[in-house]
Design a protein around this ligand. Structure first.
Ligand code: GDP
Length: 591
């Protein structure tokens, strides 16, 4: 019968693993397989937990929700989103496209953008960018692409907070999945409206009714069943329903009366940052308030810029960018971090001072970043710890942070990952040189490996591993860590024998005969030798067994045999001494 476990509405990964009596790494691995990146201390909700538990083979466990004391609170809307100031002006909606991996987020974005009048723009959307603006019926819509495949919960959470509306992409042939639930949760937390895009309706197994049913179980009741959730049937492939989806987005946005001030200092959020050779740090940002101009001084976290180039995210040069506009800007002294708020200031002096203050605040905070369990683990490790040196390069700051955070979860008391260097941008010759001096493996995540760097690495025999999927990268690191674990030696007792006669004893050899009293005697094997209560030798090697004149590999209980032992020193055995046979296996442990 299934064991029942009660959990709250949300539960930390660590607690859930404990309740399930599972190693936390197994649970984290299972979550990753479902596209959810969560560390030990992060919370997952009941529904996600239930799906994961259902997918864990061999666990006969039923989760039940603990009764709630309080009604479910809906987070209040961010006041920043809708300015009520008198001078506020209408602004385009910011829409996040979210959903489970492979349900068609990218395809849907592509097909929406392909309808846009902006399609003549340079650059196109062949490369991954995190925000786009398009026009539909002469009105602008800003889309945020929240990476699904890489499964970065942090980015997705930011995505929801930034937005006015979430388009929840659900493949109609697959239905609601863990990341769908995650997106619903984020949208609720951020208090934003959800429009459901029932995608892939061109496919054979598409079942929109089943999807509506599943949505109602999540308290998303569709309009025809008396609720207010909009479900638009679409096919990113055939473009059926796409114009209607865009209409719907504008309609829902209208109800929200989205406004922002344009005469305030420009401010917004950094959504991506990278360093490009020849161009220096490049940041993608979303302007939330004010108008950002080329030449402005902006501060983001511990760094600042005089905006040198201002472009749309598809590469059109612009001079100004108002609220809800995604932009690309250059001119930063160092790459800002994903999630940093940016703000325009009056002059360079102000920019420098504010950036320095921010950097100082960050430094004093980071010393406290380690939590107590990590600290205890470090203390316990003492000298036993073996470390795997690695260098991590990633495409954007957000993914770099996620990769490094996830790597920390792989540490054990015996082995740990040591990130000797990390950065945003392609793998470089510098990285290879550093790997050479530190013996590190280089991991590239969503980045390129230039030919000259590859050659240098080949010459120096440096291992570079490139990944686009985070859990595959983690699996690889895990394998590397496993190799560092000392081998485990397993001893298995196979049988006992009582000595009935001694035939020959030299400094290196004993040949004796006896009767197997339990289990069996085997060769090759080892024996423990005892006389009465005294152990004469803990370990002697058995090199041969004879049944009569014949060499054999094993002798069963109750039979007589000859035993040939190889000894390190002379071992004088006597009739009545006992031999305990055991075998020894060396097993490579894994994490
Ligand atoms: P994402 O991981 O959510 O961004 O999903 P993708 O956009 O990469 O799509 C995953 C797969 O589903 C791809 O092979 C797409 O070609 C396919 N796909 C996406 N939308 C549709 C659709 O409307 N119909 C069909 N038949 N396939 C689709």
């Amino acid at each position: 019968m299934a064991r029942t476990i009660e959990i709250e509405d949300t539960v930390t990964v660590g607690t859930l693993a404990e309740r399930l009596s599972l190693p936390v790494t197994r649970l984290i691995g299972e979550l990753m397989k479902n596209g959810i990146m969560a560390t030990v201390n992060e919370r997952i909700d009941f529904d996600t937990a239930q799906i994961i538990v259902g997918e864990l083979n061999g666990l006969d466990i039923e989760l039940v929700r603990k009764a709630k004391d309080e009604p479910e609170g809906v987070a209040s809307r961010s006041s920043r989103k809708n300015s009520t100031a008198e001078d506020a002006e209408d602004r385009p909606p910011v829409v996040a496209v979210m959903g489970h991996v492979d349900h068609g987020k990218t395809s849907l974005l592509d097909s929406m953008l392909s309808l846009s009048v902006a399609k003549g723009e340079a650059g196109g959307i062949t490369q991954h960018i995190s925000a786009y603006q398009m026009a539909h019926k002469d009105r602008k819509i800003t889309f945020l692409d929240t990476p699904g495949h890489e499964a970065f919960a942090a980015i997705r959470e930011h995505g929801a907070r930034l937005t006015d509306l979430v388009v929840l992409v659900v493949a109609a042939d697959d239905g609601i999945k863990p990341q769908t639930l995650e997106a619903i949760r984020y949208a609720r937390k951020a208090g934003v409206k959800i429009i459901v895009a029932a995608n892939k309706i061109d496919k054979e197994g598409a079942d929109v009714n089943r999807l509506k049913q599943q949505l109602s179980e999540q308290n998303l009741l569709v309009e025809e069943w008396g609720g207010d959730t909009v479900v638009q049937e679409v096919s990113a492939k055939t473009k059926q329903g796409i114009p209607e989806l865009l209409d719907m987005i504008l309609l829902v946005a209208d109800v929200e009366e989205l406004k922002a001030r344009t005469n305030a200092p420009a401010s917004g959020l950094i959504i991506e940052a990278r360093v490009e050779q020849g161009r220096g740090p490049i940041a993608n940002a979303l302007v939330e308030e004010g108008v950002l101009k080329k030449g402005d001084f902006v501060v983001a976290g511990g760094t600042y810029a005089r905006v040198r180039n201002l472009e749309t995210t598809t590469g059109t040069v612009i001079d100004t960018a108002g609220p809800s506009t995604p932009v690309m800007m250059t001119g930063f002294k160092a790459a800002p971090e994903f999630g940093d708020q940016f703000v325009a200031v009056a002059n360079e002096k102000e920019a420098r001072t504010l950036a320095a203050t921010n950097a100082e605040n960050r430094k004093s905070r980071s010393g406290l970043d380690m939590n107590s369990s990590e600290l205890i683990r470090m203390i316990n490790r003492g000298n036993k710890l073996t470390e795997l040196n690695i260098i991590v390069k990633a495409d954007v700051q957000g993914s770099l942070t996620s990769v490094i955070d996830s790597l920390k979860t792989l540490d054990t008391d015996e082995v740990a990952v040591r990130v000797v260097a990390s950065g945003v941008g392609p793998v470089s010759e510098n990285d290879v040189q550093l790997a050479n001096t530190t013996g590190a493996i280089i991991y590239g995540f969503n980045v390129t490996l230039p030919g000259n760097v590859r050659q240098l690495a080949n010459r120096d025999k440096i291992s570079i591993r490139m990944y686009n999927v985070i859990y595959e990268l983690l699996d690889d690191v895990k394998e590397g860590l496993s190799e560092l674990l000392s081998d485990e030696i397993i001893e298995t007792e196979v049988g006992r024998l009582i000595i009935r006669g001694i035939f020959k004893t030299t400094k290196t050899e004993v040949i004796c005969g006896g009767e197997v009293t339990k289990g069996k005697a085997t060769a090759p094997a080892f024996v423990r030798v005892s006389r009465g209560n005294e152990v004469l030798s803990e370990e002697v090697e058995v090199v041969g067994l004879k049944s009569g004149p014949t060499d054999v590999k094993e002798i069963q209980e109750g039979e007589m045999c000859g035993v040939n032992l190889r000894t390190a020193a002379r071992l004088d055995l006597a009739e009545g001494d006992r031999l305990e046979f055991f075998t020894r296996q060396t097993v490579q442990r894994s994490l």
